[in-house]
Design a protein around this ligand. Structure first.
Ligand code: GSH
Length: 213
């Protein structure tokens, strides 16, 4: 029997952080598919009433406990399993610092940029170009941080890495540029994460890919 349920869908890098973390700690879990694209499920009163008042995926269910916000979910799982935890106060704050930078400046831009390019109808090219400009600068900051480091905090992978890689394994065509080619230290770091036991690509780990026509 599964210990956890995760509301998620394959195209969601925010969900991928939580799904990947569940896999990496070796948890028994099952996905609950969220019909984000066709039914707009996260916007329905039922979803907001019964699953998440914030109207978002992912949501982790652990018995009677329900958690949203991928950063909270992966921190909860790290604390519960004792895996991928930063060690000591300094590392804990450092992990939080990178997770906030990630949520706002890296995946916080990658996610809407990819959504506008692939799925939104009538997206304004100027908005897409604005996101791309911000992404180029912010990914360069991340690339510099990873030069000479195995993982974000040093030699061990932590929750900060699981958070940061959220959108980066999706195909380059979806972004219209190749993160790995443009930022080689990010590319090498993504390869290291891929080697962790139980790593699985987002399109294989979560339900809903490919999207039904
Ligand atoms: N900060 C949140 C972001 C979650 C989020 O935006 N999820 C998207 C799917 S990738 C969503 O459910 N969006 C619904 C909406 O904005 O209406 C997290 O890290 O969990």
């Amino acid at each position: 029997m599964s210990e956890y349920k995760l509301y998620c869908f394959a195209q969601s890098g925010n969900s991928y952080r939580a799904a990947l973390m569940l896999n990496l700690i070796g948890a028994k879990w099952e996905p609950v598919w969220v019909d984000f694209f066709k039914a707009g499920e996260t916007r329905t009163p039922k979803y907001r009433e019964e699953v998440n008042e914030m109207g978002e995926a992912p949501v982790l269910v652990d018995g009677k406990k329900k958690l949203s916000q991928s950063g909270v979910i992966i921190t909860y799982l790290a604390e519960k399993s004792g895996k991928f935890l930063p060690q000591g106060d300094e590392e804990r704050l450092e992990a939080l610092r990178w997770m906030i930078f990630d949520n706002q400046k890296i995946n916080g831009f990658l996610a809407p940029y990819r959504f506008l390019r692939n799925w939104a109808k009538g997206a304004d090219p100027a908005v897409i170009a604005f996101f791309k400009g911000r992404l180029d600068g912010n990914l360069a900051i991340l690339n510099k941080r990873l030069e000479g480091r195995k993982f974000l905090l040093g030699n061990r992978p932590t929750v900060a890495d699981v958070s940061m890689c959220g959108y980066m394994y999706y195909p380059a065509e979806e972004f219209g540029f190749d993160i790995v080619k443009d930022h080689p230290a990010i590319g090498a770091w993504l390869e290291r994460i891929k080697l962790l036991p139980n790593w699985v690509h987002p399109y294989e780990l979560m339900p809903g890919h490919p999207l039904a026509a």
